[in-house]
Design a protein around this ligand. Sequence first.
Ligand code: GLN
Length: 197
Amino acid sequence: MRVAVIGVQGDVEEHVIVTKKALKNLKVDGEVVATRKAGVVARSDAVIIPGGESTTISKLIFSNSIAEKILQLAYENKPVMGTCAGLILLSKHGDEQVAKTNTKLLGLMDIWVKRNAFGRQRESFQVRLNVKGIGDYDAVFIRAPAIVKAEKNVDVLATFENYIVAARQGKILALAFHPELTNDTRVHEYFLKLAFD
Ligand code: GLN
């Protein structure tokens, strides 16, 4: 299988490394490519949108038809994962910051998102979560967004401080934290397995 990591901005290389490890652990033959090319995204079996700056990533993916190709893959029922800024891009409903910055969203999940939900005083922190389908998981949050509301068709996988911080809708997976910044490959394994469901 080929996994594309959208490589316009953010923690791209970290996702590539963890995804490669996860493929190996699952004994699945595959390649992982960081890409800025719509054509490469179109020929992939799964896509990851990394954390970074949602406004910047949005501009770049909508200006060169990467966004269109991600939507196409999602409609073909291929797995798409967004982490942190990637979660913001997956959502259908942004907050006032998203509106103010004119950030275009992919709208693949029926969720309401809040940028920088945990405030300035807690720019980054680590916390142990219980993630449905995975178990106890030490999650790293960096200027993280959160999901404030979700439609019933969204499966809530983890919550923290009354916010939803991990969710799934079909094969679309959204995480407020950074699974690429720890040595734990379980989130990426969970994601890759969706390709075979
Ligand atoms: N605060 C960033 C945003 O709103 C997301 C932070 C991250 O991806 N680490 O785009």
